[in-house]
Structure formats: structure tokens, C-alpha cells
Ligand binder design. Structure first.
Ligand code: G6P
Length: 504
């Protein structure tokens, strides 16, 4: 097959993403420990052996059909060579290759251009409004840092590249990478995949660097998105902004075709299903059931990010309690909000806004012995998380926009016995795949979400069963392994087709 080279060994795959699946965290002046990173791509590609963190073997097990390596930012500033060498060695055991970025670049590239400009724009939150003039002034220097960071990534990839390797670039952090790679070696097979939505071309065209980024992405051989709509928006941006031709296969520029297609990601569902059998997870489940006996459990699990619609979710919960006094002591909402991107001001503002609403709701509806809303500013370990998913009656995913949202997949995977209800935002990519089993909502419409909470809590068992079966089948069959294998084989085919075309 084309996943094997002539020698019969596995094909080498270089996964390149801003963040490695493990991030280094500083303990002391020269000591670090490694922690698993949080986020969609990491959840999708982490293998079964990864719970124990430090001793993990291949962190790219999700793509185990390939001889894979993962290249990404180490997540920490390591200025000295001794530290860099030590970290490189520790990561090599996990087949991870670190990219070192100095503090100033991280600030301008990661906090600035990626998370203050591209992330909000791609999620329809627009370009930063505040102090618009200052933003315009810093914009160019942030874009320069973005390009510089992408060049640094390209140098590391180039250093580790061997002929025949497939290079798979990920996400909005690395839109400039396909161009940098092809400049270094035009024979490289390069794929690029976006984990966020790609917005309508009318949104994308507000970005000052709109054309440069599109042109760079088009240097890739294959460009992938989670949904057909995102792919369509990208093609429209290329036709309307660059004046190129859109074809059913992608975008054409003077005879050169860049293939564009949808490849919806999934999870390693077996990892969750099997975890539920572990004594440790069963013990957590028992504890949770005792703790919340007599109450229905509702659950939210999100990074503490503006796009997740956490304030909207808890305001809807408040409205539900307001209107349904008989539920007040019979339901609890557990909101796990994992802190993220804490150096970006919008994220800091969001944290205080959420804390204020949580305080108000518990003040209004709590009693001396119980509160209706538990809000945790931290992540849970994998076993605790599985137990929580399994005992939940209703999961609430209210993203204002979300590339896919794998929390909804993880919840479904853990619900084989309970058959709980998923309330899911229509603006999450997952609404396209789990829409028939979930209750779809517009998260901006708090009245509608509050009504859906009531509907979900009262839903008869046979309807829950039917909805669950639909989603469970989907989550079990559309896995992350299949996603990765499909993308890479499509990339190989694209290159073979292009070679045939040029020979004709
Ligand atoms: C999203 C992005 C990922 C990112 C993750 C966590 O899922 O698509 O690329 O890694 O968020 O965000 P962070 O900024 O902490 O890497």
C-alpha cells in the first residue's frame, strides 16, 4: 500500500503543530517536568499509553500505522543550550521534537497574532475592537513575528525531513508553514489541516494579511477542514480575494491544483470505552453517584475560552432554575473550565466574568448544604473525567463557534449504559455529525437553551436510547485513527495524481 515504502517499512510521517502533545513546565532554574497538553488535536491523537505522562511511549499512537514524529513548541522558554539539549533528549523518547521560541516571539506570535487576532477572527468574534489604533500599530510586528516563528518551525522540519516523508502541518498557528517548507524543498509532500472553523470569506477579508496567508496555505498539496462548510468558505476566500478558480476538487492557480476537502476528526473511542471498566474509574463513579444521589447531573467541560459560550451556558442554567423551582434541589451543573492562554487579556476578563455569574447563581439558588453550580478552574485527570462523563445525565456544549468539539464525542463514548442527553450548539462542527442524536441549540438564545435543559431532563427513556444509539455508532466508527489514515492516504494519492498530470 502507499503507507509502506519499497523496503516494506512504515511510511514516515512528520506531524507539525504549534504545541507538542506534552508541554514542558519549569520546576526550578534548570529542571522541567512534562505535562499532557489540553486541546482537540491532542485529545484526538493521544494514544492509550499516555495517561501516566512522563513514562509515555509514542505520543502519536493515534497515527500508529505510520512511523510518526511530532514537531512542536515545547511550551516553555528554555534560553540555555544545556536545558535545550536535556529537554530534546527527554522528548525524543516520546518521538517528539521541540521547537524553541524565545519569549518575545511567543508573546508576539502566540499571544498576539495567533490568539488575539486569528483565533477570534476565525470564530466570528472579529478583529480586536479595543484601542483600534494601537492594534493597527502592533498588527504588523505581530504578523512579522508570526512569519518568523513559522520560519523557525520550517527549519526544524527541514532538519528532520527525509526523502519520501509526509509532512502534516496543523492549525491556524502554521498557515505560513506550507510556503516556507516548499521554499526549502519543493519535493516535500505537504498537507495542512485547520482545527478551527474557516469563516465566511466576508470575515476573512477583513484581515490585513488575508492574501499572504491564503497564498501560503495554497502551497500545500492537500488542505483539510473538519466540515464541508469550512472547506467551501476557504475556496470562496481564494476565489473572491485572490481571484483564483474554485473547482470541485479545490483551488486552481495557473494549472496548479491545491486539493481542498473535509476530513471530520474523531476520538480514540475505545480508549474511553475500555477505561470505564477500570476499578479506579468505577470507584470514582461510585463516589460521584453517592455525592449527587437524588440529583440529576449536568456537565460542561471546556477550555475557559470565549468561543465556548460558558457565560451563555450558565445564564441559561440560571433561567432554567428561575422558571422551574421544582428542579432547584434536584439538579446540579458541574462546569469544568480548564484555564488557557492566561496571558491574553480577553481570557483574563472572561475568567472574572464567569466567576461573577457563578457566584450570583449560587447565592440566589444555593442552600446551607448544597449549591446548584460547581465551577472548577482546572482540568481533571483522564480517569476522573471518564467517570464524570459516565455518571452525567445531560451534557451541555454551548460553543459560540467551534471547529469540531471533541468533548461531545467523549461524552457519547462514555454513555453506553446511562444513555444521557447531549445538548449541542449548532455552531460546533460536531453538530454536523451528532446532530440527529443531540438536541441542537443556538447558544445565544438563552430561552431556547433553558427550555432544552427542561426537555432533556424529562426525556423518556426510549427517546434517549434512540438518540444515544445514533451518536454512539457514529463516535465508534469515525475515529481519530481513521481520520489520520484517510488524510494521509489522500495526500499520497493527490501527489501521485499531480505527477501523472505533469507527465501527460
Ligand atoms: C484548540 C486549537 C489547538 C490548541 C488548543 C489548545 O483546540 O485548535 O491548536 O492547541 O486549542 O490551545 P493552546 O493555545 O493552549 O495550545
Amino acid at each position: 500500500t502507499n503507507r509502506q515504502d519499497e523496503r516494506g517499512s512504515k511510511q514516515r510521517l512528520l506531524v507539525v503543530a504549534n504545541r507538542l502533545p506534552v508541554s514542558a513546565v519549569r520546576d526550578g532554574v534548570e529542571s522541567y517536568h512534562l505535562e499532557i497538553s489540553v486541546g482537540g488535536l491532542v485529545s484526538a491523537l493521544l494514544g492509550k499509553k499516555n495517561e501516566g505522562c512522563m513514562k509515555l511511549v509514542v505520543s502519536v499512537e493515534g497515527v500508529k500505522e505510520f512511523d510518526a514524529r511530532w514537531i512542536g513548541w515545547a511550551g516553555v522558554n528554555v534560553p540555555d543550550d544545556v536545558g535545550r539539549r536535556a529537554l530534546t533528549k527527554a522528548l525524543a523518547e516520546m518521538r517528539c521534537i521541540p521547537v524553541f521560541l524565545d519569549e518575545e516571539i511567543v508573546n508576539q506570535y502566540y499571544n498576539g497574532y495567533c490568539n488575539n487576532i486569528l483565533w477570534p477572527l476565525f470564530h466570528y468574534l472579529g478583529l480586536p475592537q479595543e484601542d483600534r489604533l494601537a492594534t493597527t500599530r502592533t498588527f504588523q510586528s505581530q504578523f512579522d513575528a508570526y512569519k518568523k516563528a513559522n520560519q523557525i518551525f520550517a527549519d526544524v522540519v527541514n532538519m528532520h525531513y527525509e526523502e519520501g516523508d509526509v509532512v502534516w502541518c496543523h492549525d491556524y498557528h502554521l498557515m505560513f508553514l506550507p510556503k516556507c517548507l516548499k521554499e526549502r524543498n519543493d519535493k516535500m509532500k505537504v498537507g495542512w489541516f485547520l482545527h478551527t472553523p474557516f469563516p465566511s470569506s466576508e470575515i476573512h477579508r477583513t484581515l490585513p494579511s488575508r492574501s499572504e496567508l491564503l497564498r501560503s496555505v495554497l502551497e500545500a498539496d492537500l488542505v483539510g477542514f473538519h466540515t464541508y462548510d469550512y472547506a467551501r468558505h476557504f475556496v470562496s476566500a481564494c476565489t473572491r480575494i485572490l481571484g483564483l478558480e474554485g473547482t470541485p476538487d479545490g483551488v486552481e492557480d495557473r494549472g496548479k491544483l491545491t486539493r481542498v476537502a473535509a476530513f471530520p476528526i474523531g476520538i480514540d473511542s475505545e480508549r474511553f470505552i475500555q477505561a470505564l471498566e477500570l476499578p479506579e474509574v468505577q470507584a470514582h463513579m461510585k463516589e460521584l453517584k453517592e455525592r449527587f444521589a437524588g440529583r440529576k447531573v449536568m456537565l460542561g467541560v471546556d477550555r475557559l475560552d470565549m468561543i465556548k459560550g460558558i457565560p451563555q451556558k450558565i445564564l441559561a442554567f440560571e433561567k432554567f432554575l428561575e422558571e422551574n423551582s421544582h428542579w432547584r434541589d434536584k439538579v446540579v451543573l458541574l462546569q469544568i473550565a480548564v484555564p488557557t492562554r492566561k496571558d491574553v487579556p480577553d481570557y483574563q476578563r472572561l475568567a472574572s466574568q464567569v466567576h461573577e455569574i457563578v457566584g450570583r447563581i449560587n447565592g440566589r439558588f444555593g442552600t446551607l448544604t448544597a449549591v446548584p453550580l460547581h465551577h472548577l478552574d482546572r482540568s481533571l485527570d483522564f480517569h476522573e473525567l471518564c467517570a464524570l462523563y459516565a455518571v452525567t445525565d445531560v451534557a451541555l456544549v454551548t460553543s459560540l463557534r467551534d471547529g469540531m468539539n471533541l468533548v461531545s464525542y467523549e461524552f457519547v463514548a462514555c454513555q453506553a449504559s446511562k444513555k444521557g442527553v447531549l445538548i449541542l450548539s449548532e455552531f460546533a462542527g460536531a453538530a454536523q455529525s451528532l446532530g440527529a442524536g443531540a438536541i441542537l441549540v443556538n447558544p445565544w438564545n438563552i430561552t431556547e437553551v433553558a427550555a432544552s435543559i427542561g426537555y432533556a431532563l424529562d426525556m423518556p427513556a426510549d427517546e434517549r436510547e434512540k438518540r444515544h444509539q445514533f451518536n454512539f455508532r457514529h463516535v465508534k466508527t469515525h475515529t481519530s485513527q481513521e481520520w489520520a489514515a484517510t488524510f494521509v492516504s489522500e495526500l499520497n494519492d493527490t501527489i501521485v495524481e499531480a505527477q501523472l498530470r505533469t507527465r501527460q
